[in-house]
Ligand binder design. Structure first.
Ligand SMILES: [Zn+2]
Length: 164
């Protein structure tokens, strides 16, 4: 139990653990991938993992901005995390349904499901069956027909009973 004037030990541990994990990751990357090579010159091999190639691609994209001097030491042009994020994030065309899905009063779970629905990416049993992940395509709720997005939201006998 912490005494007055001392910070509780538990409160300090997460940052210490994260610091050690970060250090371990950096050490692991240095030993496994870089092997003493310069990070700025490094390119991943074809048999590198997808995630590692993605990290390297992001490094190259950010590096290109520094080379082109988009970010430099002049005031107003310096690199910030916000500018880096803004550069890296994908900027698609605005969609008409965005305000229906991403509204301040929308329950986040509903917004996420609405977003995935609009993109046609809900993993219905019908889709999972076509991908070979599910052994059958029937609706889990009624079992009558294939579980498609249209069936789940507009045709299923249980559509009104689902509490999203
Ligand atoms: Zn159904």
């Amino acid at each position: 139990m912490a005494t007055s004037g001392q910070s509780p030990r538990v409160a300090q541990e997460p940052s210490t653990i994260m610091s050690r994990l970060t250090y371990l990751w950096v050490k692991w990357v240095n030993q496994i991938y870089l092997k003493g090579r310069d990070w700025l010159e490094y390119s991943p091999t074809n048999n590198s993992s997808w995630s590692w190639r993605k990290v390297c691609k992001i490094k190259e994209l950010l590096q290109s901005q520094f080379i082109q001097q988009v970010w430099r030491e002049e005031k107003g042009h310096e690199y910030t995390i916000a500018r880096g994020y803004e550069f890296l994030r994908s900027k698609g065309e605005p969609v008409s349904w965005a305000k229906l899905v991403w509204h301040k009063y929308t329950i986040p779970k509903h917004g996420f499901i609405g977003w995935i629905y609009q993109l046609g990416r809900l993993n219905t049993n019908d889709k999972l069956y076509r991908l070979g992940i599910s052994e059958e395509n029937n609706c889990y709720l009624c079992g009558r027909v294939g579980e498609t997005i249209e069936h789940l939201f507009f045709d299923c006998d249980y559509k009104d009973d689902i509490d999203l």
